[in-house]
Design a protein around this ligand. Structure first.
Ligand code: NAP
Length: 259
């Protein structure tokens, strides 16, 4: 299937590994020039080289912290008129509500709500003028089914979801779409780190704990970042203009709901 986005330009935030990398790779394979970002330069340059080799498109690596105004400015300087924006950042820490003071709440809201909103604000008018834009926010299944140990994520991402739900419906008439992808459990560094902590809390070894978690997923496995990336590329495709303001679970069936 040709997604009709060859030659388009994308910014993919937080993309040296994991889900962001999956999205950048899938877009590049569809012929999209990508600007990718992460804080750690070495891993970012290695990922850029890997994506270039796999796709042949132009890949620009912008080492920066996307949760800062300077980091976002660097990304936008490298790609001032993106056709596609994939918002992503590191997720907040797991814990108990007593662990999180005001500054931790402010960080979670900054990183997982205000940061994507500021990037959307910066690129949206250009997309409207050019009558093409695809924005995908990587959020979490916790938006639909709150996870007790991920209260910071439940809260901050719900705020983003509410805001873009309204905005998506204001800009859809210009062929600019905003949708959210809600990952369940994917085999990434973040997920493995989190599981190790939860396994230690439950006094279990990681392998046993991870196996139990996988068995709780109807697909009986963790997701692969590459398949997540392909779902993202589809939402960015030329023919996806009628998919507006949606929250698509990519979770192997974990959230037990039909709507
Ligand atoms: P990951 O494997 O830890 O990768 C995170 C990527 O983001 C890395 O490339 C990291 O590179 C970059 N990054 C982190 N903070 C950044 C910042 N401030 N500025 C720029 N780049 C940054 O994580 P992941 O599993 O792909 O998760 C991605 C997002 O999806 C997170 O918000 C996570 O909470 C959410 N999520 C993941 C899962 C899952 O199962 N994996 C499930 C639900 C939700 P540097 O560290 O070098 O910056």
């Amino acid at each position: 299937m040709d997604l009709g986005i060859r030659g388009r330009k994308a910014i993919v935030c937080a993309a040296s590994q994991g889900l962001g990398k999956g999205c950048a790779l899938a877009l590049a394979i569809e012929g999209v020039d990508v600007v990718i970002n992460a804080r750690g330069e070495e891993a970012l340059q290695a990922t850029a080289a890997e994506i270039r080799a796999a796709s042949g498109v132009r890949v620009i690596a912008v080492p920066a912290d996307v949760t800062t105004a300077q980091g976002r400015a660097a990304l936008l300087a490298a790609c001032p008129a993106p056709d596609i924006l994939v918002n992503n950042a590191g997720g907040p820490p797991i814990g108990d509500f007593r662990d999180w003071d005001e500054s931790q709440w402010q960080k979670a809201v900054n990183d997982n709500m205000i940061t994507p909103i500021m990037l959307i604000r910066a690129v949206l008018d250009g997309m409207i003028e050019r009558r093409f834009g695809r924005i995908v926010n990587i959020t979490s299944r916790s938006v639909k089914a709150p996870l007790p140990h991920l209260g910071l994520s439940n809260g901050a991402r719900a705020g983003l979801t509410g805001f873009v739900g309204g905005l998506a419906r204001q800009v859809a008439k210009h062929n600019v779409t905003i949708n959210n992808l809600l990952p369940g459990a994917f085999a990434t560094a973040r997920q493995t780190d989190g599981l190790r902590k939860l396994a230690a809390k439950a006094n279990q070894d990681y392998e046993t704990y991870a196996k139990t978690q996988m068995a709780a997923v109807p697909a009986n496995r963790f997701g692969d970042p590459d398949e997540f990336g392909k779902a993202c590329a589809f939402l960015c495709s030329a023919d996806s203009g009628y998919i507006v303001g949606q929250n698509l679970l990519v979770d192997g069936g974990s959230v037990n709901s039909i709507i």
